[in-house]
Design a protein. Structure first.
Length: 376
């Protein structure tokens, strides 16, 4: 039995009423995971709509040591970009009736020829468009416009609406649709409409060099020949100037707490400095629609978001109304309105190599231990 497996079993079996502090089991498990080299460091934040119950950093930014990460350490969010960024602005456009979920993608991206008029915006959000999951397009294209053109011409792998295949290409296509509708590049749009209004000052694409000391490094990337620090890990996003709806956002646990609490408050931001007062950022009905399972016979997917399923990163303690997402670099967020709970885990598990996949076993245990502790 490996040290990691042993640590997992011990954490799951630990009696919850024998620890002097209700968060000890979670803290101990993360320390054990670091000792087993699941990742060099991690930050976890657990809370409710109006409070943070537990927030702590563990380990270090690299295996060479150094200070522990904290709530203001900046991580490459990877696919959390899809929900924190892309899905949020799609929700806004739907509320404004500028985007119709059941309209064909070609209404907004006429150059999309692969699926004709048979693929809808809803299919892109539920990963049921029939587009491939991923292709190494970064080896063939060299700009955002070339990437959009290449995705627009990519043949489908399945008839639309017949299966769920988690697709970065679908998110890239949805990015193009959003930019056509708004006339703005995604980074500027999100900064203006989401991050600045919420006071998420450390959430952005392409963080400047001045923030480098706070940024967790990701992979020693064989394609680029260097350790990436503040440079998007995802290769396809890299050739898109680091700006895409499928990957590219960097953020902190502190900022993601603000975002999670906004969703638990039915779209309302907190008081300044964490957001502006006034009209809610999102309507509660829109949040409810985007976070419910769309086609249970096909998958657990909501619109952009995922929901708990057997063996998922949600673990077994969250309610069926929970919604969340994961990121390839080692990030995850789960929000449970029924329990008024959020669980945020940020790691750089791809440092120094993406071959380390222990995070797959860590995430559900973290969610379970956090939910149990929050109930005590």
């Amino acid at each position: 039995m490996t040290p990691f497996v042993l640590a997992t079993l011990l954490a799951m079996a630990m009696p919850q009423d024998t620890t002097p502090d209700r968060w000890d089991s979670l803290a101990n498990f993360l320390e054990q995971s670091i000792a087993a080299k699941a990742f060099p460091g991690a930050v976890v934040a657990v809370g409710r709509h109006d409070t943070v119950l537990f927030e702590r950093g563990f380990g270090a930014l690299t295996y060479a040591g150094g200070p522990p990460p904290d709530a203001h350490t900046i991580y490459d969010l990877a696919s959390l970009t899809k929900v924190v960024g892309l899905t949020t602005v799609v929700m806004m456009l739907v509320e404004e009736r500028r985007l119709d979920l059941d309209a064909p993608v070609t209404r907004y991206v006429p150059a999309f020829t692969a699926g004709g008029d048979s693929i809808t915006i809803r299919m892109l959000l539920t990963h049921s468009s029939g587009l491939p999951a991923w292709l190494p397009l970064f080896r063939e294209v060299h700009s955002r416009q070339e990437m959009f053109a290449r995705v627009n011409a990519t043949p489908l792998e399945a008839p639309p609406g017949t299966r769920m295949v988690y697709s970065d290409l679908g998110a890239i296509l949805l990015t193009e649709a959003v930019e056509h509708i708004t006339g703005q590049r995604l980074d500027r749009l999100l900064s203006r409409r989401v991050f600045r209004p919420l006071g998420m000052h450390d959430t952005r694409f392409n963080p400047p060099a001045s923030l480098r000391p706070r940024i967790a490094p990701t992979e020693n990337d064989p394609w680029r020949g260097r350790v990436l620090v503040g440079e998007v890990h995802d290769e396809n996003a890299s050739v898109m100037d680091g700006v895409s709806g499928h990957a590219g956002l960097f953020s902190t646990a502190a900022d993601l707490v603000v975002f999670a609490q906004m969703l638990l408050r039915h779209g309302r931001a907190g008081a300044p400095p964490h957001g502006r007062t006034g009209r809610p950022l999102l309507d509660s009905a829109t949040i409810a629609e985007f976070t419910r399972v769309q086609n249970p016979a096909l998958s657990s997917r909501a619109l952009g978001w995922d929901t708990p399923s057997q063996g998922s990163s949600a673990g077994g303690e969250l309610s069926p109304s929970a919604f969340g997402h994961t990121g390839f670099t080692g990030t995850s967020i789960w929000i449970d309105p029924a329990q008024d709970l959020f669980v945020i885990l940020l790691t750089n598990r791809v440092h120094p190599t993406r071959q380390n996949e222990q995070i797959l076993k860590v995430r559900p245990v973290v969610a379970d231990l956090a939910a149990r502790a929050a109930r005590r």
